[in-house]
Design a protein around this ligand. Structure first.
Ligand SMILES: [Cu+2]
Length: 375
């Protein structure tokens, strides 16, 4: 090396600035999160990590010391530990103590994680292909329920140069929770296995059709916490993020009141007569959010997997059958029953849209009232 001093200085500089690089936008460690449980999980992770480091130093230290200082070329003979009771006892008891030292705090944390008793509020979380549904079962928002769909525009997904700040980690309706309250989650799924994962809350729990899993959280700080589905659940598994917004009590109450008012307004909207233009505008929005993942935004479907809506015999044929397919789905296929997922207005709008968009110019208009009588 021509300039050893320069090289040493460069190396020192690298070591000194390394933590800053690591901190910048590249986090290697897990997050400590924003709940007591997440902090316990983090502490447990660090404790066990340090124990592993200490074991590594001791074991590799002994190994390298022996290899170096007791090498054959120096005339050393192999040692025998054969039938040494003392050594046998030590290498049984030491790992036993280390294991117990890890198992005690780990079991304590696990028990705390499973203890869903005395919750202030219960929210049912249901996984769908490919969105989440949240139903508030009690508390100030009792009766409120909604779907939470990916909000990243399709254009951004197709052209990744235009990625936004929360690319694929943003939704139209986040799960809103009050801070400082114990919230119990009941997890299940409508179709296949999903998993609800929010690292800041240290929650990753499977949502399984026909089963109900329980988990809980108590968020300390107001804020927005993001996560994802963590169980490979089909084509758009990477497109069903989780967003939790934690609010203080006052904002949460205002939000709950707003949600209740909105569902009242939706009921009123279902009773009035809609113009074709309004149904088409609303229908496009419903279609892009709920149907385009399979039938595609241009209505052409994916040959062999998802049928086209453009020119479809159902979407251009008898109206009754079209309504029946959308409301009841096609059992045994990916075509879900949308009667339980969409309200009367959304169903009327999306069916009107499918019958008039993509060149399906049937001219048919479906009113929300027509859907209401079929429920
Ligand atoms: Cu999923």
């Amino acid at each position: 090396m021509r300039n050893p001093a320069g090289a040493i200085r460069a190396a020192l500089l690298a070591v000194v600035t390394l933590p800053q690089w690591a901190m910048a936008d590249y986090a290697l460690n897990m997050t400590p999160g924003v709940t007591d449980i997440s902090r316990k999980v983090y502490d447990l992770h660090m404790l066990i990590f340090y124990i592993c480091c200490a074991i590594a130093v001791v074991v590799f230290g002994a190994m390298f010391y022996s290899i170096l200082r007791h090498r054959k070329s120096q005339g050393h003979q192999p040692a025998t530990f054969h039938e040494s009771t003392a050594v046998e006892v030590v290498w049984t008891i030491v790992p036993f103590l280390i294991l117990v030292g890890m198992a005690v705090p780990a079991a304590k944390t696990l028990i705390a994680m499973e203890n869903t008793a005395d919750a202030d509020l219960t929210v049912k979380i249901t996984g769908y292909q490919w969105k989440w549904r949240y139903d508030y079962l009690d508390g100030d928002a009792a009766g409120v329920g909604f779907f939470s769909n990916l909000a990243t525009p399709r254009a951004q997904i197709e052209n990744r140069d235009t990625k936004g700040e929360h690319y694929l980690l943003e939704v139209d309706n986040p799960l809103v929770l009050p801070v400082g309250k114990k919230v119990r989650f009941l997890l299940t799924a409508n179709d296949v296995i999903h998993a609800w994962w929010v690292p800041d809350l240290a929650i990753k729990k499977d949502a399984i059709p026909g089963f109900i899993n329980e988990v809980w959280t108590e968020i300390k700080e107001p804020g927005v916490y993001r996560g994802q589905c963590a169980e490979l659940c089909g084509k758009d598994h990477g497109f069903m993020p989780v967003v939790v917004v934690a609010m203080n009590e006052k904002d949460y109450l205002a939000w709950a009141a707003e949600q209740k008012a909105a569902s009242g307004a939706a009921a009123a909207a279902a009773d009035r007569q809609w113009s074709k233009q309004d149904l088409m505008a609303k229908g496009k929005q419903v279609y892009d959010t709920n149907c385009a993942a399979c039938h595609q935004a241009n209505g052409q479907g994916i040959p062999g997997t998802f049928p086209p809506i453009r020119g479809s015999k159902v979407a251009t044929g008898p109206l009754d059958e079209h309504i029946a397919v959308v409301m009841n789905g096609r059992p045994g296929t990916a075509m879900q029953a949308f009667a339980g997922q969409l309200d009367d207005v959304s169903l009327a709008a999306v069916i009107t849209y499918q019958r008039n968009a993509f060149g399906n110019d049937t001219g048919d208009v479906v009113q929300p009232k027509q859907i209401k009588v079929l429920r």
